[in-house]
Write a protein that binds this ligand. Sequence first.
Ligand code: HEM
Length: 277
Amino acid sequence: MLALEAEPGSAVEISALDIVLWGVLPYVMVVVLVGGLIWRYKYDQFGWTTRSSQLYESRLLRIASPLFHFGLLAVIAGHFFGLVIPMAWTQAVGMSQEFYHFNALLVGGIAGVGTLGGIILLIYRRRTTGPVFMATTKNDKTMYVVLTGAIVFGLWTTLASVFEGEHGHNYRETVAPWFRSLFIFQPDIAAMAAAPFSFHLHTLVGMALFVIWPFTRLVHAFTAPFHYLFRPYIVYRSRDRDRDGSRAGAAATRSSGTAARRGWSAVGTRDRDTRNR
Ligand code: HEM
C-alpha cells in the first residue's frame, strides 16, 4: 500500500489495483474507443448503422426511443455539470452545496429514471416482437447488459445520495477532481480511491461501455446526420406527365431553360430521357 496525500492533512491509502483502475484503465479505454472507431470507420462503413427495427414495430418504439434518448441527453448534461465544473466555481457564483445537491438529485433522478424506463421498454419490445428478437445478435445482447448496468449503477449512486441525505457522499470532492485530472495526464488516483464502492462500480461499468462502443450498434451515436436538414427530398415514384400534359421533372427543367438548383434536378434513366426527347 502507498500512502498519498489526497488533501492537505488527509492521507488516503492507494493500492496497486487503484493505480491500474484509476490511473491506467481510463487511458486504455480512450485508446480502444478512438482506435476502435477509426478501425470501424475504415473497414465497416456499411455496418455503421443503428440496424433500425422500426419497420417491424413502431408503436412501442415511438414512446421508448425518445424516452431513452432524451433521458440520456439530460443524464449527459448532468455528468458535464457534476464532473467538469469544479465545486469552487458554483460556490463562487453563490450556489450553495445544498442547492446544487438538491437540483442534481431532482433533475438527475428524473433523467435517470426516464432513461431506465426507456431502456426497459426497448428491451421488452425487442424480446416480445418476434422479428425484432430474431434480428438481435449476441453482440446486441452484450451491449444491452453493459448499457443497462451503467444506467442502473449510476441511478444507484444518485438514489443512495437521496436516502443518505446530508451524510451522503459528495462526489464533487472525489470522482469529479479525478475525472478532470485525467485530461492533464496527472490522474488524482487518491481522490477516486476515496469514493465509495457504488461510484467505483458505476465508473468501471461506464468505462466498459466505452470500450465495447465502437464494436456495437452504439456507433450510430457518432453520426451527425446534418445533411438530412439540407438534402433534397427523395422521390420514390413520380409521374412523367403533369395534369395539364406537360413534361415533368428533368424534361421540364430542360425546356424552361432555368438551371435547376444543385442537387434538386430530377434524376432520369437513359430510357426515359430518350423517350422524352
Ligand atoms: C465512465 C465515466 C462515468 C463517470 C465518472 C460517471 C459518474 C457519475 C456520477 C458521479 C453520478 C452521480 C450523479 C449524481 O448523483 O448527481 C452518475 C450518475 C449516473 N450515471 Fe454516470 N458516470 C460515467 C458514465 C456513465 C455512462 C456511460 C452512463 C450511461 C450510459 C451513465 C449513466 C448514469 C446515470 C443514469 C446516472 C443517474 C442519473 C443522474 O444522476 O444523471 N454514466 N454518474
